[in-house]
Design a protein around this ligand. Structure first.
Ligand code: DGL
Length: 285
């Protein structure tokens, strides 16, 4: 009798979770779309929700308390919209808030870390550069990655103030952006770095500019495909061989002020970065 009730409860719980509950993804702004794209590519059948905390971007110089409060609020919002898992598509929010999110929420919380391990495995010159926000570079997580994987390499940590702001404006290739990229990369290139790690999801959209400045002999790595693989392992649905993916739903939100203009601007930038027209809704979070 007891077993029956348990299995009934199990069945009811299972059936109240429709197969196509979405995966929620958040970032301080539009940068996490680079993770969104990798997940969409790896899991074409999954419904996805994305929220950009545009009103509060960038997070890079914000206080710990502020970033934790925002990470909790955004996760709660995604769960209220039915998310069965949440991806923290922001290195800065990850190093500061991921443990708290995992303690607080029962659904899988998937996060990313700078690709220091593969960078060290690849370098020939023994010098690796990590580009990220100051909060990420100063975190115990990055110190641990360097200690565990980079004992034999010289790892140069380079904060890049201004990168996030340029990407938030959709300005990924203007002369001013290239100039800023050149200034931040100069000390690394002078030190013989042959591998660069993009430790901020926004910087993925500056990859072309970074590669142009660094030259073809420098390998530029990011973590978005690794996160997408992790999401697939944890919660992804696998399509039967040869099956056509269903028309998966996607919904984009921004916390930018609700005036038509602000939401419209975020829509324009997201559309530019994704290379197709998307409509973005305002969310009061
Ligand atoms: N995309 C965020 C990251 O990966 C940007 C942080 C910020 O807003 O400063 O770190």
């Amino acid at each position: 009798m007891r077993n029956l009730r348990e299995s009934e409860a199990g069945f009811l719980m299972h059936s109240s979770q429709p197969k196509h509950h979405p995966i929620g993804i958040f970032d301080s702004g539009v940068g996490g779309l680079s993770v969104y794209q990798a997940i969409r590519h790896a899991l074409p059948d999954e419904d996805l929700l994305y929220i950009a905390d545009s009103r509060h971007a960038p997070y890079g110089e914000r206080s710990t308390e502020f970033i934790i409060t925002r990470a909790i609020a955004l996760t709660e919002f995604l769960i209220s919209r039915g998310a069965k898992a949440v991806v923290v598509a922001c290195n800065t929010a990850t190093v500061i808030a991921v443990n708290i999110l995992r303690q607080r929420f029962e659904i899988p919380i998937i996060a990313l870390e700078p690709a220091i391990k593969p960078a060290v495995a690849h370098t020939q010159s023994g010098a690796v550069g990590v580009l990220a926000t100051r909060r990420t570079l100063e975190s115990p997580s990055v110190a641990r990655l360097c200690r565990d994987y980079a004992a034999d390499a010289r790892v140069m940590l380079q904060p890049c103030p201004g990168f996030v702001e340029h990407v938030e404006l959709g300005d990924i290739d203007s002369p001013a952006t290239l100039d800023l990229v050149a200034r931040h990369l100069a000390p690394l290139l002078q030190s013989g770095v042959d591998t660069l790690v993009l430790g901020c999801t926004h910087y993925v959209y500056l990859r072309t500019a970074i590669q142009q400045v660094a030259g073809g002999n420098v390998l530029v790595l990011d973590s978005s495909e690794a996160v997408a693989r992790q999401v697939a392992r944890r919660i992804g649905t696998t399509l039967p061989l040869g099956a056509q993916p269903r028309q998966a739903r996607e919904t984009f939100f921004t916390t930018a002020q609700s005036t038509h203009q602000a939401t419209h601007q975020v829509s324009a930038v997201m559309s530019r970065l994704l290379g197709r027209e998307v409509r973005v809704e305002f969310a009061e979070v």
